[in-house]
Design a protein around this ligand. Structure first.
Ligand code: XMP
Length: 540
């Protein structure tokens, strides 16, 4: 489940201790980061190929660094700057004589051309943003294996500047209407330069290009989640030193994996805080506390703050006010417990990569706020805690793989996401203790049904919600006037879009009967048929 994030987004931080390779993986690739929004996606593509890579900011990649790091290949990322600006970022000069393959992307391509004797110009109406088509030119090129089999290739462009003269030794292998040097290369030196972004999904053959590049660089694909674990532990130790870390545990997969990983790195320097905000599911608080105390011997403060939250939520119906109230109180509660932990300097979070990219659009502008998502409130500067986010480069499926690697039970890893604001956003309208009690029971019956029918793992997320209305019914010989609940189940890859799960009519009928029979206070059940879009997964 997504973590309850307490902080606003921050750019990745690169501590001083991280200017060296973190582990002794012999086959490693270096990504020099010039600040593109999608640099992390390059790492994602490479990891899919089981290639070990590290992203380092251009500022720290000196010639000496390059020599120590000894990469088998280097990728130069895109970036927002203009190589025509004096003082703009450059790759270290030693890169060009290191004898290793280099792939330059967008800004990386431009600095490569400039540094090797070509020319880059700004403007002149040649900026290109979005989809473009590249036409093949020139002789065979290994990095383009599998490309251009059916004519022009779709790619994703995002550049203001363009190369106007290629560097000596380079040839053109692909052109687009606004980028005559869309693909250039000097195969003898194994230097490749593309104007587009092969790491984004909008460049459908992008993954193949990376595969070709790492193959020609001699990578054998020996990188595993066990390796990531080792790397993450080294990073956590380097970042935290002998300081104390406090971790907000939500009971979901992400914050749990983060906590267990951090615990493995620094042991008792970690204290977890699990806040029961009164908006958890049936038995959830007890189960989470038991798992962490019994199985992992992690220092854990279990704080029952349900009265604080539920009192504050009294009378509030507006979804954003609910979310913000919960977020604000979380910060306050956290501050209270963080203050009790002597020397706490870091706050750990299970922030995932999608949480990071969701907050900023590809073009660099802030995305429209649909909901005050994930960052329920924002961590006030005054709290003065630095963030430890060991999962911020991972995607959901990778966190699950890491969880398996760390020995978390399969049933726990496969749990459906549960949002930070909890049942509050499954109780549209005013939240009352009575409604929450009914909702907990209805949800438990519904999930039990799904499990009994062996459907749990086919569904991304399933839950009941209690609707802000009562309806009339007849049970036995009497009239009832009770709450209606809705049940929802969706399939999804990443929670960004979702389809309704196609239950059979029999299943739905049986579930309706069970909920009404087993849960006092409910006399009507709706099945929510809405996909996302137009709906969101949660009701609020
Ligand atoms: P929506 O409702 O926006 O949700 O379609 C997409 C996914 O995100 C989860 N979600 C949240 N997770 N804090 C979280 O940690 C939140 O505030 C939050 N709101 C929604 C939701 O359960 C679904 O998996």
């Amino acid at each position: 489940m997504p973590p309850i994030s307490l902080a606003t987004r921050t750019e990745p931080t690169y501590g001083e201790a991280m200017t060296q390779p973190l582990i002794s993986q012999p086959q490693r690739l270096l990504i020099i980061d010039f600040g593109s929004q999608v640099t992390q996606l390059i790492a994602r593509r490479l990891r899919e190929l089981s290639v070990y890579c590290e992203i380092h900011p251009y500022q720290s990649v000196t010639d000496a660094f390059l020599k120590d790091f000894a990469p088998k290949a280097v990728i130069l990322s895109g970036g927002p700057d203009s190589v025509t600006r004096e003082g703009s970022p450059r790759a270290p000069e030693g890169l060009w004589t290191a004898g290793i393959p280099v792939l330059g992307i967008c800004y990386g391509q431009q600095t490569m051309m400039q540094q090797l004797g070509g020319l880059v110009e700004s403007g002149h109406g040649t900026a290109e943003f979005g989809r473009a088509f590249v036409t093949r030119k020139g002789p065979d090129l290994e990095i383009l294996d599998g490309w251009f089999q059916a004519g022009d290739e779709q790619v994703w462009m995002s550049h203001g500047d363009h190369v106007s003269k290629i560097a000596p030794g380079f040839e053109v292998y692909g052109t687009s209407p606004n980028a005559p040097f869309a693909i250039t290369a000097d195969p003898a030196r194994r230097f490749y330069a593309v104007q587009f972004h092969p790491e984004v999904h909008h460049t459908p053959k992008g993954a193949k290009l990376y595969e070709n590049f790492v193959r020609l660089a001699g990578f054998t694909g020996d990188w595993t989640m066990a390796g990531y674990r080792e790397e993450a532990i080294a990073k956590i130790r380097a970042q935290v030193g002998d300081k104390q870390v406090i971790c907000g545990l939500s009971g979901g997969v992400d914050s749990s994996v983060a906590a267990i990983l951090i615990h493995e790195a620094i042991g008792d320097q970690l204290t977890c805080v699990f806040v029961d905000h009164g908006l958890l599911r049936k038995n959830e608080a007890a189960e989470v506390v038991k798992m962490f105390r019994d199985n992992y011997k992690i220092k854990l403060i279990a704080a029952d703050e349900s009265d604080l939250f539920l009192n504050a939520l009294e009378g509030i119906s507006d979804p954003e006010v609910k979310r913000k109230t919960i977020g604000r109180l979380f910060i306050e509660v956290f501050q209270k417990y963080a203050n009790q932990i002597e020397g706490a300097e870091f706050l750990a979070q299970g922030t995932l990569y999608p949480d990071v990219i969701e907050s900023v659009s590809f073009s660099g502008g802030p995305s429209v706020t649909i909901k005050s998502h994930h960052n329920v409130g924002g961590l006030p500067e005054k709290m003065g805690l630095k963030l430890v986010e060991p999962l911020r480069e991972l995607f959901k499926d990778e966190v699950r793989a890491l969880g398996r690697e760390l020995g978390l039970p399969a049933s726990f890893i496969g749990r459906h996401p549960f949002p930070g604001p909890g049942l509050a956003i499954r109780c549209p309208g005013e939240i009352t203790r009575e409604k929450l009690a009914i909702l907990r029971e209805a949800d438990a019956v519904y999930i039990d049904q799904i499990r009994k029918h062996g459907l749990y793992d086919e569904i991304w997320q399933a839950f009941a919600a209690i609707l802000p209305m009562k309806t009339v019914g007849v049970m036995g010989d009497g009239r009832t006037y009770d709450y209606a609940v809705s049940i929802r189940a969706v399939t999804s890859v990443d929670g960004m879009t979702a389809d309704t799960y196609p239950f059979t009519h029999d299943f739905l009928g049986e579930t309706m009967t069970r909920i009404i029979n087993e849960v006092k206070g409910v006399n009507r059940v709706f099945y929510d048929l809405t996909s996302k879009p137009p709906g969101t997964i949660e009701l609020e």
